[in-house]
Design a protein around this ligand. Structure first.
Ligand code: NAD
Ligand code: TDX
Length: 336
């Protein structure tokens, strides 16, 4: 059992979407937290503002083993939770270079440094996408890895490196595989904030193909709570799927959000499909529910309403990101 008295927790990628929520929850629980983040386009310390005085921050690239070693020597963390990654599928299709550097080489460097430092626990953030797609049924933790995008291939590679270290060196790793997260502070390249932002501004809402692909939506606060449980009680060597069980077709979610915002469905713009677009992800999450007594608390309708409200209240933050996104959107959205 890892607990706050066990020592410091080093969190990589904590200036990102899910990592920052994890840190907010860990700090509220009394943990002493060290943050390592390169602050890429996706990282933003504004997400950590509410806990800025409670965490030690290092602007470090996880692929830089020397700098990582210095942080570990100084801070002596007893556990690591590894969120840092290039996380967007569409960007990995445009150019996979940074995905290989961070998700594979970066994870390798971090695992080696953490292993030599003798940490008690290492929680590795994987994803439901490493299993590939599934038409019927649900992915179980023992399923083979069949990644199909450059992003998911890089994440699956990281899983294998972590598992190899666990097997070869008794490295105390646990892997978590969450489904699609949504909630406040998500970078507006991802589906939910794209819909909200475009709809708010009466702009065409880009939906790939016919919007029939299915994702399982999990609120970040439920996801972060699950990861905290895994840090504290997860069994070393094990893998935990983390899913809400709430599957939705993309188009259905768009309709829900348009309705919440009072915007017409005529804003929906079906664009050319994502290359290699995975049809459906669905996780069998019985293990974390039964072994660690975790369950999600926030349903999709309630969570989406709260998320929509958050974006309406934080429009200046979103607009600041959109300036850089306009050029990128021209590359990803092709007319059908
Ligand atoms: P994000 O893109 O919002 O944040 C990633 C963070 O990592 C950023 O703060 C960025 O600056 C940092 N980072 C990137 N490269 C780095 C490097 N080389 N060194 C140090 N820091 C670096 O990502 P997210 O959505 O919060 O996802 C977090 C993790 O969870 C990722 O590993 C992702 O693969 C996984 N995951 C995400 C989802 C989801 O729906 N968002 C679902 C399942 C799994
Ligand atoms: O503009 C869009 N239009 C659209 O139809 C975007 C950005 C997405 N989509 C579709 C593609 C997917 O079917 O919406 C769905 C969700 O897309 P993303 O938000 O890009 O998420 P996804 O590709 O499913 O991956 C996410 O979940 C698993 C995260 O980005 C990953 O980091 C995580 O591992």
């Amino acid at each position: 059992m890892f607990r706050k008295s066990s020592g410091k927790v080093l969190v990589t990628g904590a200036a990102g979407f899910i990592g920052s929520e994890f840190v907010r929850q860990a700090v509220a629980r009394g943990y002493s937290v060290v943050v390592v983040d390169k602050l890429t386009y996706a990282g933003d310390l504004a997400r950590l503002k509410s806990v800025a005085d409670d965490v030690a921050f290092y602007k470090v690239d996880i692929a830089d083993g020397k700098k990582l070693e210095e942080v570990f020597k100084k801070e002596k963390p007893r556990a690591v939770v590894h969120f840092a990654a290039e996380s967007h599928v569409d960007r990995s299709i445009l150019d996979d270079t940074e995905f290989i550097k961070t998700n594979i080489v970066g994870t390798q460097a971090l695992v080696n440094v953490a292993r030599k430092a003798g940490v008690e626990k290492f929680v590795h953030l994987s994803t439901d996408e490493v299993y590939g797609e599934i038409e019927r049924g649900k992915f179980k933790e023992a399923f083979p890895l069949k990644p199909r995008s450059p992003y998911s291939a890089s994440k699956a590679s990281a899983d294998l490196l972590v598992q190899a270290a666990a097997h070869t060196f008794d490295f105390p790793a646990v892997i978590v595989r969450p489904s699609n997260n949504y909630g406040p502070w998500q970078y507006p390249e991802k589906f939910i904030p794209v819909i909200i932002y475009k709809a708010l501004n009466y702009q065409p809402v880009p939906v790939y193909a016919q919007g029939l692909n299915v994702r399982e939506w999990l609120h970040i606060s439920d996801c972060a709570a699950a990861i905290l449980k895994v840090l504290e009680q997860g069994k070393v060597g094990d893998i935990y799927n983390i899913g809400s069980g709430d599957e939705r077709k993309n188009i259905d979610l768009v309709r829900i959000i348009l309705k919440m915002l009072g915007r017409p469905e005529t804003l929906i713009s079906f664009v050319k499909d994502r290359l290699g677009h995975d049809w459906r992800y669905a996780l069998d999450s019985r293990k974390i529910r039964e072994d660690l007594a975790w369950s999600p608390k926030i349903g999709v309708e309630q969570g989406m309403a709260r998320t929509v409200a958050w974006y309406c209240e934080h429009l200046p933050w979103v607009k600041g990101k959109v300036v850089a996104l306009e050029r990128y959107w021209k590359k990803v959205y092709r007319s059908a």
